[in-house]
Design a protein around this ligand. Structure first.
Ligand code: SAH
Ligand code: TMP
Length: 401
């Protein structure tokens, strides 16, 4: 029998669910590349010691984050607004002094850092995906085209021991070696420095059975309990956790060097909620497994009925999340004709694994689809507003949720 080990402690941990063979979630591809497409085994594990949900196997980071990374933060207006508010909140709360230094990891096209371009703030972004890093540079952002790691410290000498805040969003869960991440952050931060990041929240994923949060890039799905346990191993302490509505439910974590022996009351309360709701224990993970299997059955029933009635179905939003749904549920172009999307790098290509054509969203209204599977369900408001005529024409939005 195969043994599974925790990515942080190295100890033996339990397998929760196997979603089967998966391609690179953001690996939208051309027909000529179908034959050499890469697949790996998407198995989810749970460490009871760290309350940490994690992947077993995953592709090497370079296979996912390279010059063809097709995700641009600025593709969503609501995310642009979110990052503006995130930046203003941080400035007000933590950056009151005259000269500040901040770093963002996974700075992508510079959407977040763009809010810090004032003369009092020195900023630096670490962004390994060259296409998005280059775009950030064009916009005037100091973006280093590298993974945030021990080896990239030499590129950030001015920031060693002097950084006020290291920010991240939807990136810490992408880093396989969290130990190295925390040690590198420790070298850069000043005595009072903070690590502030927001990531998809395990509690929200369990509540919605949004198993599509699980794909190659998301090596971990965190909870407050897990984050506190991980950082505690390195003498850091969580001092606040603030829920966010982004990406279907995220959590913003604020971490600093351990100053007190105990956690504050707010954090203690969250631990209690996570304990009550079984977000911190194996039981919650096993419930989730059952719910995923049920969700798959229900979705396939629903799609089969729609097809039997002779209706046409398209997809909307060629998200990385959709790769898990389509491959786990074995849904191909025989069921979903095409997926509409705004991203130029995806349009004209095919979805990973199941090879559904990706089409420019501008054509969405040109041909009528009775049902549109909203894969970008986390952008529901923005998309339904943009496509308000679809409902008027009798179209129906569906999701797996
Ligand atoms: N922060 C942005 C982008 C999230 S996508 C947002 O929330 O919209 C994740 C980004 O992190 C990608 O651009 C990817 O290239 C980058 N990334 C992945 N691993 C990284 C690492 N180890 N260090 C820095 N950036 C990383
Ligand atoms: P995300 O869920 O990882 O943020 O990816 C969102 C995808 O949805 C991305 O490919 C862009 C696409 N999209 C649209 O097609 N239309 C929209 O209005 C929005 C907000 C996103």
């Amino acid at each position: 029998m195969e043994k599974y080990n925790c990515k942080i402690t190295g100890k033996k941990i339990k397998k929760i669910i196997n979603f089967g063979k998966m391609p690179i979630a953001n690996g939208f591809l051309k027909k000529k590349d179908f034959k050499k497409e890469f697949f790996f085994d998407l198995t989810v594990l749970f460490s009871e010691e760290l309350s940490l949900l994690q992947l077993n196997d995953h592709p090497k980071p370079r296979m996912m984050f390279n010059s063809k990374y097709p995700f641009y933060t600025s593709s969503s207006e609501s995310m642009k607004l979110h990052f503006k508010e995130y930046a203003n909140w941080a400035k007000k709360k933590f950056l009151k002094k005259n000269k500040s230094k901040i770093i963002e990891i996974g700075s992508n096209d510079g959407t977040f850092l763009n809010n810090f371009r004032t003369k009092d703030i020195e900023h630096l972004g670490f962004e390994p995906s060259k296409n998005v890093s280059d775009l950030a540079r064009k916009r005037g952002i100091n973006s280093i085209h590298e993974f945030f790691s021990r080896d990239s410290l030499s590129k950030a000498e001015r920031f060693i021991g002097t950084t006020d805040i290291i920010f991240g969003a939807n990136v810490v869960c992408h880093i396989p070696n969290l130990i190295e991440f925390i040690k590198t952050a420790d070298k850069l931060l000043n005595d009072n420095g903070k690590i502030i990041f927001e990531e998809p929240y395990l509690g929200s994923m369990y509540k919605k059975t949004s198993y599509d949060q699980i794909y190659d890039e998301h090596i971990f799905i965190f909870s407050v309990t897990a984050i506190s346990k991980i950082f505690n191993l390195f003498d850091f302490q969580i001092i606040d956790a603030i829920p966010q509505i982004t990406h279907g439910g995220s959590m913003r974590y604020i971490i600093e060097r351990k100053k007190k022996r105990n956690y504050n009351n707010k954090i203690k309360k969250i631990f209690e909620i996570e304990r009550r709701e079984k977000i911190n224990s194996l039981e919650g993970a096993l419930n989730f497994k059952k719910n995923c299997e049920l969700s798959k059955e229900k979705l396939l029933d629903k799609l089969t009925k729609i097809k039997k009635q002779g209706h046409k179905i398209c997809g909307y939003g060629a998200t990385s999340k959709s790769t898990t749904i389509l491959n786990y549920c074995n849904i191909g172009p025989d069921i979903i004709d095409c997926i509409f999307d705004t991203t130029p790098d995806k349009i004209g290509k095919f979805s990973p694994g199941k090879h559904i054509p990706i089409v420019d969203y501008k054509n969405f209204t040109k041909q009528f689809y009775d049902y549109a599977f909203l894969f970008a369900w986390n952008h529901k408001k923005e998309i339904e507003k943009k496509e308000k005529n679809y409902l008027k024409k009798g179209g129906k939005w569906i999701t797996h949720l």
